[in-house]
Design a protein around this ligand. Sequence first.
Ligand code: ADP
Ligand code: TRP
Length: 370
Amino acid sequence: MSKQVILTGLRANNDLHIGHVFGAMRPIIEMAANRSDEFQVNMFIPDLHSFTTPIDHSQLQAQIMHNIRLFVAAGLPLDNDSINLYRQSYIPAHSELTIILNSFTGMGEMGRMTQFKDKQEKLSRNVIDSGEISVVGNADSDRARMLASVASTRISVGLFDYPVLMAADILLYGASYVPVGDDQSQHLEFTRDIAERMNNKFGDDLFVVPKSVKKQHAFFGKEQGLRILDLVDPTKKMSKSDETGKGVIFLGDAPELAAKKIMSATTDDLALIAKNHEHQPGITNLLELYEQLGGDSTEFIGQTQYGAFKKAVADKVVVFLTEFQARVAAVDDTEIRAKLAASEKAMNEQAQARLLRVQQAIGLRDVKQQ
Ligand code: ADP
Ligand code: TRP
């Protein structure tokens, strides 16, 4: 029997931050490093997802290589055949399966996706706020109408269809486990839905249905998806789309700058170090960050002063970034290119085999063809 597959993708749009390392990269890299005898581990760059929102296309190639170096620096082993590292667009089956799945996906289903709604809203607001298009009239309804009109011309079908491509990424390899942050859970649920829908219609063994989000968390030893919060506004997640960068620790930040960001992180005036997501999101976030950085947060819980604790977190961040950046600088691009070539060849074979089964099931290929 073939091994169960663990798979994840990380877009290469912007500089990655520590939330990406702890939320997305580390869980799968730990699996890759420790359990590759039991699992096939696929880590890939969803490059076709890169321009679902506008980007500087001239930078994409450099960004992709840079992000791959970050994976290696975060501990992804390159010398193991059970671990695959590849770029989505190098495996045409991803695009082909997306086109097929599109015809079995409802418009309403996609329109309900929170990430789509958020990004649509944000992009449209940016266009209006930049003054590029002005709102005629002062009423809220004038602005709402303008937002809707901007959305209809500026929001791409690619953004709308994003989850279908993501489902294809997962289903082509029969992945059971897909470690992602909790903002991606809805896309994972959709992947399960479309897999079940296709299996019901075309036969139970067409697709492996990925495990439920709950089972995924149990597998990775977490009660819920990790969400590192913005340091300035701890009611939202740390995100590379943050405009000021003050609330985000980027992997390329100078360690001293990162330390300053921690020291000026928003906390509260309750004068108690405690884990309380609802009432003390800032301090709770720092406690979780400290744990992710290898610290023992119980040493600080119950204390009434925040300064020493913040300093301890800042020190850990400095050590983490210094070591991480040294590893990035030491990565050998020749090894990466060789790994990409080998994985892309092997994954084309796996993906193509699954695609053929789908093509046969839906009548695009003769079933006798093997
Ligand atoms: P961003 O929101 O910064 O644009 P992406 O949407 O590209 O990031 O997220 C890439 C992956 O990293 C996803 O699996 C996402 O859930 C995870 N991730 C992003 N930000 C965080 C965070 N602050 N905490 C935990 N995981 C995160
Ligand atoms: N949508 C994911 C994100 O924004 C990236 C992604 C694309 C992905 N395809 C995937 C993650 C397949 C896991 C599996 O973070």
